[in-house]
Design a protein. Structure first.
Lengths: 312, 248
């Protein structure tokens, strides 16, 4: 039976945009699409999922022990309904990367990681070597296809759907060996990096944690998310969830503005799919200018205040 | 307690890889090979745990042909006590690798298995999670801090929302992220010493691991290249250009 199940990602309050992106990928695969929402007190999240265009049905599994996403608990619920599906998709976020391989192993299959294009129901393109090569990969068509969807490669599906929500009880009990303790966010109220339409990023040239306020203030004027290079994060100028690049977040905003970022390959990997890349750097030879759509050789400490004044 | 650390031989992270012109693979001829950087961090963490008196033995394990002995020797030079090569010439995928690791785990009974969160060649990020699933033991992925408290471990994980903390019972599988530690440099005398440390070779075929259900790679291609754009003179021109493009 050809049917696709998407594992919804949420933070207990709202559905993550990665779920809409998975839906677009699922539509490209072409099967009937269900979404499963796992959590506690998730009625409104499930109703949101029901509005995703192209979704046939939302399965809501509400249980105390599913409140925080632990792969062992979530996987047990997904595996229990896996027989009904030919394809099981999750996002390439840390949530999906933690959970999906666990599900795949329980089902005895390898996982297709980071689907960036769909060629057929069992044939996909995906990046390897940090995006420096793209492979065309086929999976066996007689087994369940478990995959993560590279969220930076897909547009969000629309929200004009109205599918039914089916409430089900959890089929497994809480795992006794893994316990959630807490989560601490270093970020503020700015748009989420992975889904922001605009992102303003700073590099080591900012020079200090205090100077990073410049990046934040421009981001706030523009309604943008704030990012950073690995060098800036390693220097302690900003929290690590701001890191954009191969080992941080891979993002695809419409506009990406890099200030004082030289453009190491590892950073470029994280922004290759951005719509327009703007680079401001004192060094005219910085490699980031090779891939920037608009470049400006200048001192960020004068350029950022000017931009703020012009855009305010 | 024993700690098992997985080590993968990969193209060195400083090498700019090239896709072969016929699309049949990645050109690795004469290219520098190293331990996957995340695996180095995994090994460093295991060594620190042993040095703090919380483990007796650190075992490094790799799957591959004899060439991966080079990376195992580097692991021994860093300070691992012994090495195991699971000998195979087949290019294996994560499910079979996790299956092979499970056989070693069953034999060695480690209290911790520490792996890199992903290898920088295939970027799969699957092996640790798959081992945890097959072993039915806890997983703590993308660890940036690991604290042992006897029978349990408290692990801080780098997740998209920030830093998540979970507690797992041991034995457990930990996969490590970049900021967990900075691996030590190998000193020359340690390289000499490493030559005398035990390195066992076990044939993959002797482990009874199924290598079916593999994905098939049909072709390789270089990624689309972004073209160099325009240069502007000042902030005013930049804003004008952004307005023309409807971006602000």
């Amino acid at each position: 039976m050809s049917r696709t199940l998407i594992i919804a990602e949420h933070d207990g309050q709202t559905l993550n945009p990665s779920t809409w992106k998975c839906a677009t990928c699922a539509t490209a695969i072409g099967n009937e699409v269900d979404v499963v929402v796992l959590g506690s007190g998730i009625a409104s999240i499930a109703s949101d999922a029901a509005t995703i265009s192209g979704v046939n049905k939302v399965i809501a599994i509400d249980a105390d022990h599913l409140k925080n996403p632990l792969a062992v608990n979530d996987a047990a619920e997904v595996v229990a309904i896996a027989d009904n599906y030919s394809h099981i998709l999750g996002p390439s976020t840390t949530f999906g990367r933690d959970l999906m391989p666990y599900i795949a192993a329980k089902l005895g299959v390898n996982q297709v990681t980071d689907i960036s294009e769909v060629e057929g129901p069992y044939q996909f393109k995906r990046p390897i070597y940090a995006g420096n090569a793209i492979i065309d990969v086929s999976a066996p068509d007689n087994l369940t296809l478990v995959a993560t969807v590279r969220v930076a490669s897909w547009k969000a599906a629309g929200s004009d759907g109205s599918s039914e929500v089916e409430n089900r009880d959890a089929s497994a009990a809480a795992s006794s060996h893994t316990r959630f303790v807490g989560v601490k966010s270093g970020g503020g109220e700015r748009p989420d990096l992975q889904t922001a339409a605009k992102v303003v990023s700073g590099g080591r040239a900012l020079g200090s944690k205090e100077n990073f306020e410049l990046v934040y203030s421009l981001a706030d004027v523009m309604g943008a998310g704030a990012g950073a290079s690995r060098a800036a994060v390693d220097a302690g100028y900003c929290p690590n969830e701001m890191q954009v690049g191969q080992t941080g977040k891979i993002i695809s905003p419409d506009l990406y503005m890099a200030f004082g970022i030289s453009g190491a390959i590892q950073h470029i990997t994280g922004i290759k799919d951005a719509g327009t890349i703007v680079a401001v750097n004192k060094d005219g030879e910085a490699p980031i200018f090779e891939i920037a759509d608009i470049g400006l050789v200048g001192d960020l400490f004068t350029v950022i205040p000017e931009l703020k004044a012009l855009l305010a | 307690m024993k700690i098992l650390v997985g080590i993968k031989r990969v193209v060195d992270y400083n090498v700019r890889i090239r896709v072969k012109s016929d699309g049949s693979g990645i050109d690795t001829d004469g290219v520098k090979m190293s331990i996957n950087p995340f695996d180095e961090i995994a090994l460093e963490e295991a060594l620190r745990i042993r040095e703090a008196g919380n483990a007796e033995e650190v075992i490094v394990v790799s799957l591959g042909g004899n060439e991966c002995q080079q990376q195992l020797r580097t692991g021994l030079a860093m300070g691992a006590d012994r090495a195991i090569q699971i000998d195979t010439d087949e290019p294996l995928q994560p499910l079979a690798i996790a299956g092979a690791f499970l056989k070693i785990v069953e034999k060695e009974q480690p209290g911790l298995v520490i792996l890199g969160k992903q290898a920088i060649d295939g970027d799969n990020s699957q092996t640790g999670q798959m081992l945890a699933a097959l072993w039915d033991r806890p997983q703590a992925t993308f660890a940036s801090e690991l604290v042992l408290n006897g029978e349990t471990a408290t692990v801080t994980r780098e997740v998209d929302a920030g830093l998540e903390t979970i507690e797992v019972d041991l034995p457990a599988v930990i996969t490590v992220d970049l900021r967990l530690n900075v691996p030590r440099f190998v000193k020359l005398p340690d390289i000499m010493k490493a030559k005398r440390k035990p390195l066992d070779v076990i044939a993959l075929s002797d482990l009874g691991v199924t290598t079916d259900n593999q994905l098939k790679t049909n072709s390789y291609a270089p990624p689309p290249v972004r073209q160099k754009g325009i240069m502007v003179e000042d902030a005013a021109q930049l804003v004008a250009e952004l307005k023309t493009r409807g971006l602000v």
